[in-house]
Ligand binder design. Sequence first.
Ligand SMILES: Nc1nc2c(c(=O)[nH]1)N[C@H]1C(S)=C(S)[C@@H](COP(=O)(O)O)O[C@H]1N2
Ligand SMILES: [Mo]
Length: 197
Amino acid sequence: MAKDVTGLYEEFGDERLPPGQRETSRFPVLSKSGTPSWDRDSWQFEVWGAVEDELSLSYDEFTSLPSETQIQDFHCVTGWSKFDCEFTGVTFPTLAERAGVEDDAVHVMFHALDGYTTNLSLEECRRQEVMFVYEYDGEPLPADHGGPLRVVTPHKYAYKGAKWVSGVEFLTEPERGYWEKRGYSNTANPWNEERYS
Ligand SMILES: Nc1nc2c(c(=O)[nH]1)N[C@H]1C(S)=C(S)[C@@H](COP(=O)(O)O)O[C@H]1N2
Ligand SMILES: [Mo]
């Protein structure tokens, strides 16, 4: 059964559609460069930094972790929102538990196959809605949308969710990712319209 988490907006605002957004039924594709290729046999997902056990998981190992399906909204900083996306994958807390996060970890950097990075505080990642997603609408996640694996962050603008995610680094100091270094907001709360910094 899918878990409907679209009520998450109530923590942040009165309206499900954040200010300055318009709803679309399409699912546009937004990438800084092209769609990277990947090889199922050599693909590895890495977890490193301030963790007790660094992890290196094959595609089959990753998709064997406890998973769930959630219905989530998706907000792009360029102004469109898509409601009711069905995502299946592994929650951030499940993965963090597997690696064992060290006490001095405060921040997280997501790394992706196209060289993209994005950062969040550890606290902002420790939510069931932050997921590593490998299925969309019950089908393998399309490559354009970040397949084989992407992150989703329904409490943030979608640039906080790395497509083609290849690893997670736990940090003891905050750092900025690709767009965060280039003028997009570090905090990215859609209900406060934190678009730029
Ligand atoms: N690896 C990677 N992840 C990325 C991006 C990117 O260029 N590379 N773009 C981000 C931005 S700005 C948005 S809005 C969403 C778009 O996701 P979509 O193409 O599935 O709509 O992915 C985010 N994650
Ligand atoms: Mo975006």
